[in-house]
Write a protein that binds this ligand. Structure first.
Ligand code: CP
Length: 301
């Protein structure tokens, strides 16, 4: 069976570091036709701007071709075709499949059905491993290392798939975490157990100002309306944490603010011009990181 990237745990520490090196090479020289003759499918059962377009940009820059859809209602899924059959068909037509799906575990299932590699571009609240690799690339570029970083994560730690993948990846590098979330959106116990089990330090607080004082990376997240079954609960917590420029006084000189984006209200636009705001460059880093992931999974050096 071909190697897929469904969970960040599908890559070991050496593979993660290899992707970091390759992403840097692609950033230095992004237009290399190593995917000439390859067809990559992008199947998005959930909305996306960055993930789909940065994958497609990466493929185009590498000389590959893209097929796929951004709206499953225009496909035979709307006639009742199963995910099983859709993946069987698309793996006949492509060399690799990038898939986002709203059901947790859908990408793992697809990888078991597919004859070509699957990249999980987000499955419900579960995992978003290509986002994590671009997050790590952004951390390495801004901090000069992945080792011994203090990451403050703010917002939706319950449903945030980028948070779940990030914890697992940074645990290879002796990260220390501070979690800032309302009770309703606190980190699920399974992830706390995971961190405790491998001896990674973390603390939980609702005081963002206190957490920021010692942060190397501030990782903001959106409260995701689409994950709530009770919209009253969403309304209660949606503006729990809003980062403003004035809150960055006294933070470390080299602290950088990441956000997987899209943002809604959680970062005030007055932060955008602060040199610590890194989220737009972080999204750009996604192109180079995704070039590295695709070429690695296809065995292209
Ligand atoms: N970060 C991220 O996954 O953004 P999109 O939902 O726009 O792809």
């Amino acid at each position: 069976m071909s190697k897929s990237l469904v969970s960040i745990s599908d890559f070991n520490k050496e593979e993660i570091l290899h992707i970091m090196d390759k992403a840097a090479e692609f950033e230095a020289d992004p237009n290399r036709p190593v995917l000439a003759g390859k067809v990559i499918a992008t199947l998005f059962f959930e909305p996306s701007t960055r993930t789909r377009l940065s994958f497609e940009s990466a493929i185009n820059r590498l000389g590959g071709r893209v097929i796929g859809f951004s709206e499953a209602n225009n496909t035979s899924v709307s006639k009742g075709e199963t995910l099983h059959d859709t993946i069987k068909m698309v793996s006949n037509y492509s060399d690799l499949i990038v898939m986002r799906h709203y059901i947790e575990g859908a990408a793992r299932y697809a990888s078991e059905v597919s004859s070509v590699p699957i990249i999980n571009a987000g499955d419900g609240s579960n995992q978003h491993p290509s986002q994590t690799l671009l997050d790590l690339y952004s951390i390495k570029k801004t901090q000069g290392t992945l080792n011994d970083i203090h990451i403050v994560i703010v917002g939706d730690l319950k449903y945030g798939r980028t948070v779940h993948s990030l914890l697992q990846a940074m645990s290879h590098f002796n990260a220390r975490f501070t979690f800032v979330a309302p009770d309703e959106l606190s980190l699920p116990d399974e992830y706390k157990l995971f961190l405790r089990g491998i001896g990674i330090q973390y603390k939980e607080t609702q005081d963002i100002k206190e957490a920021l004082a010692d942060a190397d990376i501030l990782y903001m997240t959106r409260v995701q309306r689409e994950r709530f079954s009770d919209l009253m609960e969403y309304e209660r917590v949606k503006n729990a944490y809003i980062l403003r420029n004035s809150m960055l006084e006294g933070t470390k000189e080299n602290m950088r603010i990441l956000h997987p984006l899209p943002r809604v209200n959680e970062i005030h636009p007055d932060v955008d011009t602060n040199e610590k705001a890194y989220y737009f460059t972080q999204a750009r880093n996604g192109v180079f990181t995704r070039m590295a992931i695709i070429s690695y999974l296809l065995g292209i050096e």
